[in-house]
Design a protein around this ligand. Structure first.
Ligand code: CP
Length: 296
């Protein structure tokens, strides 16, 4: 699984349903000895750890891979690295890389490759856990209003979520600094100021400022960003009674969101992380079943 675009709506719904079943106590164990490895060439806490836990819960043998001391540092290409892992007998890999669409180089790899995030492009497993979190709350997607606020241009989460949510019948609005919003994003949503959307959205999805993907320094301070685009205590009070706050994390506390709101009643930020394990179990199980592996 590389992108949301490649997934049919039926398949998205199937993965979310399976993830919800895992969250409600369903278990599954793979039959036989199956190896997997998580190849992360860009930093991660949540995605890598939750894939690791999901794999162990499904009974997979997790083969450690540390990019910082791998032969990539001797100039080995991504393709040769993955081909090597495949040749050694690993049956599935999860990959994160800084490069957009790194997976285009991997067409000759036979084992399933799950995208753990590619540059500013796609983050399909984050999308699945976000959909699952929204569904747990509202029991539907159709007709929901979702505001995605922040560094939209550099966010693979915004790309994947906006596409999936629109296809599932939600209305998507974007906000944040206009220089971080481009024509491409407009295709999947409408631009509003934070104060225009705050009263109306069912889901407020905040995004981290992706400093590592910016060419130049931010033209405003963190406090200025918070005042203009962040979730302040005043803005939180203006939200609808049932509306929820989401953030894929890591969080810049006091910038995208007031630190006291990170764990407030309507925040689902740590629920998202919990759901990450279940969503990834569903993704892994589906990928392996498609290859003929059986679970009991
Ligand atoms: N949300 C997310 O992808 O977090 P990590 O970068 O820690 O994996």
């Amino acid at each position: 699984m590389f992108t949301i675009t490649e997934l049919s709506t039926e398949r998205i719904n199937r993965i979310v349903t399976e993830a919800l079943a895992f969250a409600n106590g369903k278990t599954a164990k793979i039959e036989g000895e199956v190896f997997c490895s998580n190849l992360f060439f860009e930093d991660s806490t949540r995605t890598k750890t939750s894939f690791d836990i999901a794999e162990r819960k499904l009974g997979l043998q997790v083969v450690p891979f540390d990019a910082s001391n791998s032969s990539v540092n001797k100039g080995e290409s991504l393709y040769d690295t993955v081909k090597t892992i495949e040749s050694l007998g690993v049956n599935l890999v999860v990959i994160r890389d800084k490069k957009d669409r790194y997976f285009d180089e991997l067409k000759n790899i036979k084992i399933p490759v799950i995208n753990g995030g590619d540059g500013t492009g796609n983050h399909p497993s984050q999308c699945m856990l976000d959909l699952m979190t929204i569904y747990q709350e509202f029991g539907k997607f159709e007709g929901l209003k979702v505001g995605i606020v922040g560094d939209v241009k550099h966010s693979r989460v915004a790309n994947s979520n906006a596409e999936a949510l629109r296809r599932l019948g939600a209305k998507v609005y974007f906000s944040g600094p206009e220089q971080w919003f481009d024509e491409g994003a407009l295709i999947n949503g409408t631009y509003l100021s934070v104060d225009e959307m705050i009263h109306d959205v069912d889901v407020l999805m905040l995004l981290r400022i992706q400093h590592e993907r910016h060419d130049s320094k931010m033209s405003f301070s963190a406090s200025e960003y918070h005042r203009k685009y962040g979730l302040t205590k005043e803005r939180e009070k203006a939200m609808k009674k049932e509306a929820i706050i989401m953030h894929p994390a890591p969080i810049n506390r006091g910038v995208e969101i007031d630190t006291d709101l990170v764990e407030c009643e309507r925040s689902r930020i740590f629920r998202q992380m919990q759901n990450g394990v279940f969503a990834r179990m569903a993704i892994l199980k589906e990928a392996l079943e498609n290859q003929g592996y059986a679970f009991k």
